[in-house]
Design a protein around this ligand. Structure first.
Ligand SMILES: Cc1cc2nc3c(=O)[nH]c(=O)nc-3n(C[C@H](O)[C@H](O)[C@H](O)COP(=O)(O)O)c2cc1C
Length: 398
């Protein structure tokens, strides 16, 4: 048979295409799904050559690109992790904490990344720049971050347009908006009211964040008297939402630096039905500096997150779970890098968990890793669903 190609050309081309295709998919898989490659190769390079705030921006861009949907290891879901909290079904209990996607730029991309819920913000009513740079610092040896962003925000107008575009009431990934206040606002409750008005129709939950350490006076809003005023105002905004729509749940995010009396006060307020608090996020970053820190950046001012926060944070979850008798759902957040870390928070009393700094050190494959390892923890203890583990440390061992 006559062929216009020289002898062997088709065979050689086929082999080339096969090798090229296989290499391409192997590379894609390495870039998108490989936990070790991200943790041991990509992130150390980024940490060496890219400052923390620029790397953060790249991370948001990556999420926005939609590429996270191709991180194949993250896409696996497990029946053991499906759970009901706040009357809603979460396909898994792992969420991304506030501060990563402050301006709601990557909502769709994050929702496709294998997470069970996504929280954006903190959002302030008016746009503001936040503090001067540099304002984010890695503590490489301690697996921590100190940030003093100071609520840089595109403002409620811009961000609520994005939330409106992205929000679907029936989406299988829950969507929360974390509200902050502008630096110069005197009557704080008004800013949270404005925030609730902007976002109340376009999210599954709203977070009153009174725990960031980088806005002067903000954390004093955690006192009983201020909290009551603030929560009453926000609750009233939520109550005004058209009853035909599903109203967002109201969550309060607290600092890990509160003392026993302050925690008792908070427990009383959140247990009081008049203020309509549906859940707590424990916790924000800490202003404390554990003696164990060794990194050069340890003396930077701001809030510390990541591994050095883990224990303090779990201890606060234990305390609040006990104080509330497990009646108020807790989202545990602070220093989660593995399934075991997540399991510890859940056994301490968290119904859901969130992470942020773990992504700084291990990249997005950490999502799939935490889910897989959490299932292993449950199986080791003979549990069939994550909800059985919530608060397990407070019950006598079987
Ligand atoms: C760079 C950075 C920015 C943050 N910004 C916010 C924020 O705007 N609002 C907020 O409520 N928490 C913010 N947080 C706190 C996180 O949401 C989370 O509570 C804390 O980092 C503990 O979790 P992690 O140890 O997994 O990071 C920020 C954290 C980091 C590291």
């Amino acid at each position: 048979m006559y062929s216009k190609f020289p002898p062997g050309y088709i065979a050689r081309s086929t082999v080339k295409i096969l090798i090229g295709g296989t290499s391409f998919f192997a590379l894609l898989e390495t870039f998108t799904g490989n936990e070790k490659f991200h943790k041991e190769q990509i992130l150390p390079l980024v940490h060496r050559y890219v400052d923390a705030e620029t790397a953060h921006k790249w991370g948001v861009r990556l999420a926005k690109s939609g590429l996270l949907a191709y991180y194949s290891n993250n896409q696996k879901e497990y029946p053991e992790l499906k759970t009901n909290v706040f009357g809603r079904t979460f396909k898994n209990p792992i969420g991304i904490a506030a501060g990563f996607d402050k301006d709601g730029e990557a909502i769709d991309g994050l929702r496709a990344s294998g997470l069970g819920f996504v929280e954006i913000g903190s959002v302030t009513p008016l746009p503001q720049d936040g503090n001067q740079r540099p304002r984010v610092f890695r503590l490489l040896e301690d697996k921590g971050v100190i940030n003093r962003y100071g609520f840089n925000s595109a403002g409620g107008g811009v961000v609520s347009d994005r939330a409106k575009q992205a929000y679907r009431h029936d989406a299988d990934v829950m969507f929360g908006v974390n509200l902050g206040k502008n630096k110069n606002t005197v009557k704080a409750e008004l800013d949270y009211e404005i925030g609730a008005n902007y976002f109340g129709n376009f999210c599954d939950y709203l977070v009153v964040n009174v725990s960031s350490p980088n806005t002067p006076g903000l954390r004093s809003l955690q006192s009983k008297e201020h909290l009551i005023k603030l929560l009453t105002t926000v609750r009233a905004s939520i109550d005004r939402i058209d009853p035909a729509r599903t109203k967002p749940k109201l969550l309060l995010k607290i600092a890990p630096d509160l003392n026993d009396d302050e925690l008792k006060d908070i427990a009383k307020v959140v247990m009081d039905k008049r203020y309509g608090v549906d859940g707590l996020i424990i916790s924000n970053t800490t202003i404390s500096r554990p003696a164990s820190l060794t990194s050069a950046n340890k003396s930077e001012s701001g809030g510390l997150s990541g591994a050095p926060l883990k224990q303090l944070n779990t201890q606060k979850i234990h305390q609040v779970y006990k104080l509330t008798g497990g009646q108020v759902p807790i989202i545990g957040c602070g220093g989660i890098f593995s399934g075991t870390d997540a399991y510890e928070k859940i056994r301490a009393g968290a119904s859901l968990v969130q992470l942020y700094t773990g992504i700084v050190y291990e990249g997005f494959p950490i999502i799939g890793k935490v889910k897989r390892e959490l299932v292993e923890c449950l199986q080791k203890d003979g549990l069939t669903n994550v909800s059985e583990a919530v608060g397990a440390d407070h019950r006598p061992k079987k």
